[in-house]
Design a protein around this ligand. Sequence first.
Ligand SMILES: [Zn+2]
Length: 267
Amino acid sequence: MKKVFKIILKILILILLTLLTQIGGIIYLVSEIIIYKKTKHHRLRKSGVFIILYFGITFLLIPIVAPIFGREKIKNNDFIAAQTIFTTVCNRNYVTPQLNKALQNIAKTLNNKHQGIKLIYLDANFPFIDGFPLLPHLSHNDGKKIDISFIYVNKESNITNKKPAILGYGVYDGPNSNEYDQIKVCKEKGYWQYDFPKYLTLGIINNELKLSKKATKDLLLAIVKEKQIRKVFIEPHLRNRIGIQSPKIRFHGCQAVRHDDHIHFQL
Ligand SMILES: [Zn+2]
């Protein structure tokens, strides 16, 4: 019985690592196979091997191999950064070369308007296999999709690179009483998952931040200006509040999740 329980647990770890990082499950399996059970301190050795292999492959090998399969690591620099190290460590920062180029252009345009303000990205795509979704985002499965953060002002009303949630998702700028409430409409239709990301903040760090309508509008303008970008998703009440019109900015549908905590865009 104990053996069966152990096997089930190992399968669950393998699935979880695969869903979170794409390659973690295979590396876990390899460490299980190459470290013989009867060796001294085999658990410690397995963990050591897993960690060395995982970080070596993630940071040294995949960035070189992924381009062969048509995806690149997002180039971080003075204009562009991930909201959390979790994104990079879990290989959730891969895009096609076209999207990488568009991201750099958008980030530079933003920085020209608001010096020192970076494009902060959240989940993008995994490095390999078209059709392999980066959960919980079903559509982030081809290297052509990315989520980015809004831009906020601090207590002193200065534009800042800080964001309210550790993970970047789940802190909503919901509709005011006089604004159209898409969230209510979707939830009434039975789409319970629509505000599910409220559980995915990993903690709220900068509660005092307020959405900067001006800087977020400039960011959206920089996005829609890019020829390669075809669709942009943001919650309808925010599109109206920010005051931006573009045929590229659309409603994502109730089967998705609400987009008043981040912007999604795609080629
Ligand atoms: Zn998205």
